[in-house]
Design a protein around this ligand. Structure first.
Ligand code: RFL
Ligand code: PHB
Length: 392
């Protein structure tokens, strides 16, 4: 088999890259280890930055998002015993957000791939990038009980945090930065009407978040100890803990109902750099993870593949090499900006086990400052909205 770009992973990064390349006349084959049903069953991100919304629209992926998604202007912060405030990205920056599930984006991406007859091989196992720093990059894998070799010009590692691509880089190439938090998020999805705003709560009992996927589908999270298991959390226990962490007037407006999904995700931050070695490029969670507090992970996957798609199209179109050579540094500038924002919001909004009274007072003073200062709100709005893409 032969293609121009071999893409490992059919998550949002891999499928969106394949779509962007196709629209620029570059061919690709996508190799995914799981089944399509499995990929489509993962409930994850939901908040899209304006840049991501624009990128999806520009690549023909906006129709259902615009019809079913829930646009909003910013986010609300509440904390125990004090007034809430709204971080208004529309007012400060003219940027909005879209609540639209990663699951729906995956469906739209698979549908678009089917329409153009794209080669997306699911249940491809033992995927292994080869000769990544040499002249003949290729990918070995097994599919349908047989061994295959896919020859290519470039390999895009879009295979998530646990994928094979990052691990294929030779020892000593990568520098890794990591921070693990001593808690996780328990999340549920329910067919109930959401609160009007994406609302982050800091409460002595721990962090909580009210979010949405549509006008009739809600997504909620509570901070839990790392040792907790999903089975520890009945729906009743979840709703009573969630509502205890919101101010009474908001808690009274939270509609409860049976959960249709429930899962626990640990919080951590991880960055591997550079995001390229030879002809292998890393995109999305394969290169970096952020704690979900800033809603940045999927948006970074989108900006990585925007930069890589543009760079590869320029290479095929005019032989331009500066964009592929600059890919890692350019992508990492946006990554670190979002890593910093996610770290700031995680520190601002969670209760840290063992925090000193000093740390607690400093955190509360930061919240007081944000509530009181239009400048501080404009600064947070700028970070939460995400940086614009750099021009080529
Ligand atoms: P993915 O989605 O993990 O996809 C990688 C794909 O690669 C496949 N794969 C392999 N294929 C072949 N061979 C191998 N050896 C392979 N190893 C793995 C996998 O099966 C998979 O299909 O990575 P990608 O595409 O980089 O996308 C990243 C996003 O999924 C992730 O950043 C977001 O979900 C993070 N995230 C959020 N991001 C946001 O922007 N806004 C949010 O509101 C938001 N909320 C969240 C989140 C992530 C969460 N969890 C569970 C981690 C909320 C949660 C709870
Ligand atoms: C979500 O809707 O799943 C969501 C919203 C905001 C976040 C993280 C996740 O910061």
């Amino acid at each position: 088999m032969k293609t121009q770009v071999a893409i490992i992973g059919a998550g949002p990064a891999g499928l969106l890259l394949s779509e962007i390349l196709h629209r620029q006349g570059v061919t690709s084959v996508v190799l995914e280890q799981r089944s399509r049903e499995h990929v489509l069953s993962r409930i994850r991100a939901g908040v899209l930055e304006q840049t991501t919304v624009d990128l999806l629209r520009a690549n023909g992926l906006g129709e259902r998002m615009d019809a079913q998604g829930h646009p909003h202007d910013g986010m609300r912060i509440v904390w125990a015993g004090r007034d809430s405030f709204f971080i208004d990205c529309q007012k400060h920056l003219g940027k909005r957000f879209m609540s639209y599930g990663q699951t729906q984006i995956q469906e739209d991406l698979f549908a678009a791939a089917d329409r153009r007859g794209a080669l997306v091989l699911t249940e491809a196992t033992e995927v292994q990038p080869m000769d990544i720093a040499g002249e003949r990059p290729h990918v070995l894998f097994r599919h349908g009980g047989e061994s295959h070799r896919l020859d290519c010009d470039f390999i895009a590692g879009c295979d998530g945090f646990h994928g094979v691509s990052r691990k294929s880089m030779p020892a000593g190439v990568l520098r890794e930065y990591e921070k693990a938090y001593p808690f996780g998020w328990l999340g549920i999805l329910s067919r109930t009407r959401p609160l009007p705003d994406v609302t982050y709560a800091n409460h002595p009992r721990g962090f909580a978040l009210a979010s949405m996927r549509s006008d009739t589908l809600s997504r909620y999270y509570v901070q839990v100890p790392l040792a907790d298991k999903v089975d520890d959390w009945s729906d009743d226990r979840f709703w009573s803990e969630l509502t205890a962490r919101f101010p009474p007037e908001l808690a009274a407006r939270i509609e409860t109902g049976p959960s249709i999904e429930k899962s626990i995700a640990p919080l951590r931050s991880f960055v591997a750099e550079p995001m390229r070695h030879g002809r292998l490029f890393l995109c999305g969670d394969a290169a970096h993870i952020v704690p979900p507090t800033g809603a940045k992970g999927l948006n970074l996957a989108a900006s990585d593949v925007f930069y890589l798609g543009r760079a590869l199209a320029a290479w095929y179109g005019s032989g331009r090499t500066d964009l592929i050579d600059g890919y890692s540094a350019m992508a990492l500038r946006r990554v670190w900006s979002s890593v910093r924002t996610s770290w700031y919001l995680t520190n601002l909004l969670h209760r840290f086990p063992g925090a000193s009274e000093f740390d607690q007072r400093a955190q509360e003073t930061e919240l007081d400052y944000l509530k009181a200062s239009a400048h501080a709100q404009a600064s947070l709005a700028e970070q939460y909205a995400g940086m614009p893409f750099e021009t080529a």
